[in-house]
Design a protein around this ligand. Structure first.
Ligand code: NAP
Ligand code: SF4
Length: 677
């Protein structure tokens, strides 16, 4: 795809906008994300490839992950820092790639403050964060001054490295926010107390960078539009700060929602789309410079609708740009059905970052791995059979066909999608609909021959004269050995989620992995997506910001049935769920009264319910339904039969290895195999 056609289907989204002295070509910003690419060898080349591809994809402005202005402000040892000319020199690889791709790029300056994970941690006051075991040392007045100068030097170095400007990170609970909020600032000098004093640090940074850098350098201020913590900023404080940074010289305000320690999810799939727009729209009313909306906005349709309403002036999308670097070009070409959608799972981006791994994307394994995929077309076109159309089979088929192979995709059921068809029925996971629609569209676009309702046998393969067979036949649910497994009250998770079997009012769930938890959520909320008002009520969010921080009393919806989760191991129930979503699920189920039992030995299932023993004590959970979510086994029978045919057979996804299978691994394996043939 080449240049962005003017104002094609999304007239507001694709219209230019003046930001300071710069005319940006459209209203799409790639928001800041930590990638941890800096921890890999050859990382400048990798980062240049990563950002360059997104610039070529048509986004108007890219914001980097955070760079600390000094050692103390680093998030962790080895985290990005920009404090010397040599560091600036290395970054020119990145700015050159972005400018060559037709984009602009801002360097984000982020001082972690009391969120730092190292021993030189400093804060505004000596108040420890509840999510960091380390206590900060309060900055002296002199150190506050030098820290501001470090921000100014960092901005100068960013200019030296040819960045078009900087984003000053003043949200999410990092150092600047810690100055602004009374929660973390109990100083009695000129940096604490009144709102003017608490905002002084932010204002001085903006004022001095503007004075130093002149008018042509973009200064974006990321402002916490809603802290979602007790003792956070009041509505009046937020307005004050927005006006003050505008006056100090900011060209544009980006918005952030929720500190990292907030008890409310802000970007996971549980959060309704555009749930925080009200807070960004409030900020826009306070200022006359452009304001950016963000979080849980992942389609051009939604972005257009928001911009057309006039609530904000630009849309920032971070994860959607991991999922599809060509988001803007595809939107402009009227091909939004070809945009690979971010499903807000956090599994390969945030969960990787939180567990010290380099980020990538569940739906796009090439994200942050751009240099690992050779786009050269294959030497020879092969005729390939793919058996199974779950995420592994679909990804392989779409990518192999896109690379020029002739692909026949067989599916035993009447529709493609495999386990994705189950995931999309879980409340909040309706985002999987978009992924499935995208993958199906890719099959059409690249001419995959899709044959549903076909149960493949060795004869099918023999008659098809294939060069290669990809077995992506998926998994079969594990059937545990428990007396009474054939009792009518026992149902499989598949039958429950697809509606083939109903659940009663008292339900035992055997198995507490991702699927056991999904089933518990499904039993609580049914298929329906949670609407914004219900979400605010359940998580205690006050869109009116009556109290500083914007929290309110949470209201737990009434339980319609009694649910209990069981596992054999002694570990905490739900411990292996994703880092960034597990806490949400555990909290939600606990608040709703779902019971959880670890260390169980299952004795039998009968008319009375589930009988089990915990630490030598025999118990009975009286129930009318027992749902089995005990993991899976690979479906390999067919693959074994195919071995006699002397055609190369590759196993991918659950068919290769069922343990720890998830859509992330399935899509990664399918995509990588497609690039290897
Ligand atoms: P899983 O994560 O492997 O969990 C299987 C559960 O079954 C465990 O709780 C295990 O606990 C229990 N179990 C295993 N063998 C058993 C046996 N013989 N008898 C009784 N219980 C047994 O599998 P899953 O829940 O099916 O999930 C599959 C994959 O999808 C996982 O990789 C998961 O991460 C992913 N997924 C993730 C999410 C999410 O993160 N929200 C959602 C859905 C799926 P004990 O051994 O302690 O009894
Ligand atoms: Fe979005 Fe999931 Fe990809 Fe993260 S891993 S960018 S949340 S689809």
């Amino acid at each position: 795809m080449s240049a962005v056609p003017e104002l094609a289907p999304y007239p507001t989204l694709l219209s230019p906008i003046q930001v300071g002295t710069h005319l940006l070509k459209n209203r799409v910003i790639m928001g800041s994300m930590h990638t941890r690419l800096e921890h890999l060898d050859d990382h400048f080349r990798r980062e240049a490839a990563f950002y360059g591809e997104r610039a070529r994809g048509g986004v108007a402005l890219i914001i980097t992950g955070g760079f600390s202005p000094n050692e103390a402000g680093r998030l962790e040892a080895g985290a990005p820092i920009l404090s010397t000319g040599e560091e600036a020199q290395n970054l020119t690889h990145i700015t050159r790639a972005v400018h060559d791709g037709g984009g602009r790029i801002l360097l984000q300056i982020l001082h972690a403050g009391r969120y730092a994970k190292h021993d030189h941690i400093v804060g505004v006051s000596e108040i420890r964060s509840p999510i960091n075991p380390r206590s900060p040392r309060a900055l002296t007045e002199d150190e506050v001054e030098t820290t501001i100068e470090d921000f100014v030097r960092c901005a100068a170095l960013a200019a030296e490295a040819d960045y078009d400007g900087v984003e000053i990170m003043g949200s999410e609970g990092y150092l600047i926010t810690q100055f602004v909020a009374k929660r973390t600032n109990n100083r009695t000098d000129q940096w604490g107390g009144t709102v003017k004093n608490r905002c002084r640090f932010a204002v001085e940074i903006v004022r001095r960078i503007r004075a130093e850098r002149g008018a042509n350098f973009i200064i974006m201020f990321r402002l916490s539009a809603l802290d979602l913590v007790d003792g956070g900023s009041s509505a009046a404080d937020i307005d004050y700060l927005a006006k003050a940074v505008q006056k100090a010289g900011a060209d544009i305000i980006n918005t952030g929602f929720g500190w990292h320690e907030a008890p409310v999810p802000t970007i996971a799939y549980h959060v309704p789309r555009a749930a925080w727009l009200f807070a960004a729209a409030r900020v826009k009313k306070a200022v006359s410079i452009p304001v950016i909306g963000s979080n849980r906005i992942n389609t051009p349709e939604l972005a257009e609708q928001i911009l057309a309403s006039g609530d904000v002036d630009m849309i920032s999308m971070a994860r959607p740009m991991l999922a599809d670097p060509q988001f803007v070009l595809k939107a402009a070409a009227g091909k939004s059905d070809e945009i690979n959608p971010c499903i807000a799972c956090n599994q390969a981006c945030l969960d990787h970052i939180f567990t010290d791994r380099v980020a990538t994307c569940l739906v796009n394994p090439k994200a942050c791995r751009e240099t690992e995929f050779d786009e050269t077309p294959p030497a020879a076109r092969k005729r390939v059979a793919v058996i199974g159309s779950g995420p592994a089979g679909l990804s392989f088929a779409a990518n192999a066909a896109a690379r020029g192979h002739e692909v026949v995709l067989y599916e035993a059921n009447r529709e493609t999608g495999g386990q994705l068809n189950l995931a999309r029925r879980i409340p909040g996971k309706q985002e999987f609909d978009g992924l499935l629609a995208y993958l199906r569209r890719q099959l059409e676009v690249h001419g995959v021959d899709v044959r549903v309702n076909v149960r493949v046998t060795p004869a099918t393969i023999k008659q098809g004269h294939f060069d290669r067979v990809i077995c992506a036949a998926g998994i079969v649910p594990r059937t545990p050995v428990i007396s009474g497994m054939h009792h009518p009250k026992v149902v499989s998770y598949i039958d429950l989620i697809t509606g083939r079997q109903p659940a009663g009012e008292r339900v035992a769930i055997i198995g507490t992995g991702g699927i056991g938890h999904d089933v518990a959520e499904f039993l609580l909320d049914g298929h329906d997506a949670v609407d914004a008002a219900a979400f605010y009520r359940e998580w205690g969010v006050d869109p009116e910001l009556a109290k500083p921080g914007g929290l309110a009393e949470a209201t737990t919806p009434a339980m319609t049935r009694e649910i209990a989760l069981f596992q054999r191991s002694e570990t905490r129930v739900g411990e292996r769920l994703g880092k960034s979503t597990g806490w949400i699920l555990r909290n939600k189920l606990k608040k709703r009264g779902v019971q959880a039992y670890a260390g169980c030995q299952y004795d039998r299932i009968d008319d009375a319910g589930l009988h089990y023993t915990v630490h030598g004590e025999s118990r009975t959970f009286a129930c009318d339904t027992v749902v089995i979510c005990a993991g899976q086994e690979p479906a390999q029978d067919l693959a074994r039969q195919l071995q006699a045919l002397h055609v190369p057979v590759d196993l991918i996804g659950g068919a290769r290895l069922a343990g720890e299978l998830d859509a992330k691994r399935a899509i990664d394996e399918g995509t990588r195999l497609a690039y290897s043939i």
